[in-house]
Design a protein around this ligand. Structure first.
Ligand SMILES: [Zn+2]
Length: 256
């Protein structure tokens, strides 16, 4: 489902669960609940996504309450960058790392943070909302009210804009079909802000590595990382491997 909306998505998940219940091979005693991943930032009063660079149509949707009511299962919500960091530690380049920052290039920009083997979530699960670090005082206007926020330079949204695509309808892979010169010019424009942000993350968290991944197509991500390096003396920049394929779509296998 591309650009999914809340009603259709909740109906599809509910139907999937009903279909799974027909599969007698599943031991339902092992089903603990449902995990949901969404872009942040989340509201402090309730875990719903906020802001125009969150999924279009999902602002202020009580996804935990609605999905729990629809399915009868407990629901846990986490932001996409943190879950990407967790997955990378299970299956990817962070397997042997205890302290790292995963810079997640989505529609906006977020970071998943591991310190001493633990996820750092913050007060309202909003730690790592690095897209709103101000890297250019008096820079581009951001929807959060500030100017010069990092994600107004480094995000899929700004890459789409720079490549002449409509952020409301464009998909990450559409960037592969855009003129390379447009994309390369965008990369050149974001390098100073990206370097500054990585330097700040390194100074604050003292990570073993900064990992760059997310929804940006892999060849384009490689272009950015290549141009970023050398970033700073102590900073190792790695590209996240595509780990999503490692999850088995046969749910009964997950519950064995
Ligand atoms: Zn902002």
């Amino acid at each position: 489902m591309q650009k999914p909306q809340p009603g259709a998505t909740i109906a599809m998940i509910t139907q999937q669960l009903l279909d799974m219940k027909q599969q007698t091979a599943i031991d339902w005693r092992k089903m603990l609940g449902i995990g949901i991943v969404m872009p942040g930032p989340f509201g402090v009063e309730g875990l719903s996504s906020e802001g125009t660079t969150t999924l279009h149509g999902w602002e202020h949707v009580d996804i935990v309450g609605r999905l729990s009511a629809a399915t009868g299962w407990p629901v846990t919500l986490e932001n996409d960058a943190t879950v990407a960091a967790i997955c990378e530690r299970f299956h990817g380049v962070a397997k042997r790392l205890d302290s790292f920052v995963y810079l997640y290039l989505g529609t906006g920009l977020g970071a998943g943070i591991f310190t001493d083997g633990q996820v750092y979530g913050g007060h309202a699960q909003n730690a790592g909302e690095v897209g709103h670090m101000v890297v250019r005082p008096d820079g581009r206007q951001c929807y959060c009210g500030n100017r010069g926020c990092l994600e107004r330079y480094l995000s899929l949204q700004t890459a789409w804009e720079a490549c002449g695509l409509d952020p409301l309808t464009a998909l990450p892979e559409d960037l592969l079909k855009a003129p390379a010169a447009y994309f390369d010019r965008w990369v050149t424009s974001v390098l100073p802000a990206a370097r500054q942000a990585i330097n700040i993350l390194e100074c604050v968290f003292d990570p073993e590595a900064v990992i760059i991944g997310g929804l940006m197509p892999q060849p384009l991500l490689a272009k950015i990382v290549l141009r970023l390096s050398p970033c700073c003396a102590r900073c190792a920049v790695n590209i996240a491997l595509p780990i999503f394929d490692e999850f088995n779509p046969q749910y009964d296998v997950l519950l064995k």
